[in-house]
Write a protein that binds this ligand. Structure first.
Ligand code: SAH
Length: 501
C-alpha cells in the first residue's frame, strides 16, 4: 500500500501560527521531514514514535540537497507511511513545495498541501506593518532577493517601482545593498519608508526602520542576519504606531517554566502572550502508587469519612486511576464532602464532574488544615504525595479532627530535556525561573546539578517552594497568592525593576 505525503506550512516562527489542519496532520504523522526554520514548540507536536528527519542546515553541515529530500519523501511514502513534510511559512511561497510534489505525482503517490502563514505577510504584521492600507497602496509584491550562485539578481526593478505597491523581499539580507541600489536606480524616492524585520514573530524579533536610502547601512551596522524580510513602501511608516508585538511587556525576556510533565502549560502560554521567550521544563512526573491497599480500603469505606481532601491535581488523578482499575466511577464517593487546596485542584475535580465544597482562603496546606479543622464533623481522608507537608496534619491535630493520611502518588524526576536546560545555563540564558512546588525546585536542581544560582531569580508560588529554592542558593520572590495570576504579577514586578535585582 502506498502511503501519503502532506506538505505542511508551519508558519513563520510563533508556534501559535500553525494552522489547525497542519497540527492535525503533524499529530498523525509516522514520518516528519522538517527544515531549519521550524520552531521547537511545533516540532514538539510530533508523536513520540514518529521518525524525525532533519533536512535543514545545521551549523556543521550542509543542508540535504533537494533531490535527496524529494527521494526521502517518495521512499517513505512507498513504504506505506503517513509522511509530513514540514516547512517554514507557506510551502509554495519560495519553499520549493512544488518541486517536492513533482516526483510524488510521477509515482502516483497521494499527497496534499496544507498552506501555512507566509512570513512575507506575518513578519511585517508582527513588526507593526500592515502590508497594504487603502490610504497608501493598492498592491503587494513578494520578491526573492536570492540570486542563483554566481549570478546577478534577476529583478525587474523598473516594473516593481512603477506599481507603486508595497515591496517585500525574502532571502535578501546578503543582497540588501544591491536591492536598495536597484530600487534607487529605477527611480524610487530615496525617502520611501523602509524596514527590516529579523526573526519575526519570535521572542528574538528585531525591527529596524529607515528609508530606502538608509536601510542597507542600518542593516550592516545592526549586523542583521537571516532570516529577515525587508519591506519598502509608505506602510512602513505605520510601524511606530502599530508596534504591538515588540511593545509586549515581557518581549524578549527569557523565562524557564518548570512544571510537572502531565500538567499543561497554562503559565507558559500566558507568559508567551506577554511576549516572553518561554522555555518549558517538565522536570517532575507524578506516578500513582500501585498497588495501594490503604487507599483501596479507604475508598471502599468512604462513607466512614466526612471529608475527602486533595492537595494537588495528582491526588485527584491517583484516586481516579484507582477507581478505574476497580471498574467504579464518581458515584463511589457517595456523600463525602470534598476539599481542594486551590483552584487548580478544584479544576481537576470539575474535570470529573465534581466540585470542591471547600477551598481555603489562602491556597496552602496550613490554611487547608485550619479550614478543615473548623468545618469537619467526622473523619477526614487525605490523599496526598508520598512526601507531604506536616502543616496540614498538624492543623487537624490541633483542631482535634481525626484523619487518615494516605500517600497515593510519588514524585519522580524527569530529565528528558535536561541537556537543553544545561545548554541554556552554559550560555548564560537562565534569568527568571518559575517554581510551582518544592518538588519542581528539586527537579530543576537535580537536572543542573549544584551550581551557582545567584544570578537567577526563582519566582515561587508559595513560602514552602521559596524555602526549598533558598536552600539551593536560588534568590527568590514569592507570589502573594498561590495562583497563576499572582505569579504573573510577581514576574511583571520583577521585570519592571521593583524586584530584588
Ligand atoms: N516559505 C517561506 C519562505 C521561505 S524563504 C514563507 O512562506 O515564509 C526563507 C525566507 O523567508 C528567509 O530568508 C526570510 O526572508 C523569510 N523568513 C522566514 N521566516 C522568517 C522570520 N521568522 N522572520 C523573518 N523572515 C523570515
Amino acid at each position: 500500500m502506498k502511503g501519503m505525503v502532506t506538505l505542511v506550512g508551519a508558519g513563520p516562527g510563533d508556534p501559535g501560527l500553525l494552522t489547525l489542519k497542519g497540527r492535525e496532520a503533524l499529530e498523525r504523522a509516522q514520518v516528519v521531514v522538517y527544515d531549519r526554520l521550524v520552531s521547537p514548540a511545533i516540532l514538539a507536536l510530533m508523536p513520540p514514535g514518529a521518525e524525525q528527519i532533519n533536512v535543514g542546515k545545521e551549523a556543521s553541515r550542509h543542508p540535504v540537497p533537494q533531490e535527496e529530500i524529494n527521494r526521502i519523501l517518495l521512499d517513505k511514502a512507498l513504504e506505506g507511511k503517513r509522511v509530513v513534510r514540514l516547512k517554514g511559512g507557506d510551502p509554495f511561497l519560495f519553499g520549493r513545495g512544488g518541486e517536492e510534489l513533482e516526483l510524488l505525482a510521477r509515482h502516483a503517490v497521494p499527497f496534499e498541501e496544507v498552506p501555512g502563514i507566509p512570513s512575507a505577510i506575518a513578519v511585517p504584521a508582527y513588526g507593526g506593518i500592515p502590508v497594504t492600507h487603502r490610504d497608501f497602496t493598492s498592491s503587494l509584491h513578494i520578491v526573492t532577493g536570492h540570486a542563483r550562485a554566481g549570478k546577478a539578481l534577476d529583478i525587474d526593478f523598473e516594473a516593481l517601482v512603477r506599481t507603486g505597491g508595497t515591496l517585500v523581499f525574502l532571502m535578501g539580507v546578503a543582497s540588501l545593498p544591491e536591492l536598495c541600489a536597484g530600487l534607487l536606480a529605477a527611480g524610487m524616492d530615496p525617502d520611501t519608508p523602509a524596514a527590516l524585520v529579523e526573526r519575526g514573530t519570535t521572542p528574538a524579533q528585531r525591527r529596524l526602520s529607515g528609508t530606502l536610502s538608509t536601510l542597507a547601512g542600518l542593516a550592516e551596522e545592526g549586523r542583521v542576519e537571516s532570516p529577515a524580510v525587508s519591506i519598502f513602501g509608505p506602510v512602513c511608516a505605520l510601524a511606530e504606531e502599530f508596534d504591538w508585538f515588540d511593545a509586549l511587556p515581557l518581549k524578549g525576556r527569557r523565562v524557564v517554566v518548570t512544571r510537572p510533565k502531565e500538567r499543561t502549560g497554562t503559565l507558559a502560554r500566558r507568559l508567551r502572550d506577554l511576549g516572553a521567550d518561554v522555555f518549558e521544563y517538565p522536570c517532575i512526573r507524578t506516578q500513582p502508587i500501585w498497588p495501594c491497599p490503604a487507599m483501596e480500603r479507604a475508598v471502599e469505606e468512604i462513607d466512614a469519612y466526612a471529608w475527602l481532601a486533595f492537595t494537588s491535581p495528582a491526588g485527584v488523578e491517583a484516586l481516579w486511576s484507582m477507581l478505574e482499575r476497580q471498574n467504579r466511577d464518581a458515584r463511589a464517593l457517595g456523600k463525602v464532602k470534598l476539599a481542594a487546596i486551590g483552584p487548580g485542584t478544584d479544576r481537576a475535580l470539575r474535570a470529573h464532574g465534581l466540585r470542591a465544597d471547600y477551598l481555603p482562603e489562602v491556597y496552602d496546606a496550613a490554611h487547608l488544615g485550619a479550614g478543615l479543622a473548623a468545618l469537619a464533623r467526622g473523619r477526614v481522608l487525605l490523599l496526598r504525595a508520598e512526601i507531604a507537608s506536616r502543616d496540614l496534619t498538624e492543623a487537624l491535630e490541633q483542631g482535634g479532627v481525626p484523619y487518615d493520611d494516605i500517600p497515593c502518588y510519588a514524585t519522580v524526576y524527569e530529565s528528558a530535556h535536561a541537556e537543553a536546560l544545561r545548554a541554556l545555563a552554559r550560555s548564560g540564558g537562565l534569568d527568571l525561573v518559575t517554581f510551582t512546588s518544592a518538588s519542581t525546585v528539586k527537579g530543576f536542581v537535580s537536572s543542573l546539578g549544584e551550581m551557582d544560582f545567584s544570578g537567577l531569580t526563582g519566582i515561587c508560588i508559595g513560602a514552602q517552594t521559596a524555602a526549598e529554592a533558598a536552600r539551593h542558593g536560588i534568590p527568590t520572590v514569592v507570589a502573594e497568592e498561590a495562583a497563576i495570576d499572582a505569579m504573573l504579577k510577581c514576574i511583571m514586578k520583577e521585570v519592571s525593576g521593583h524586584g530584588t535585582h
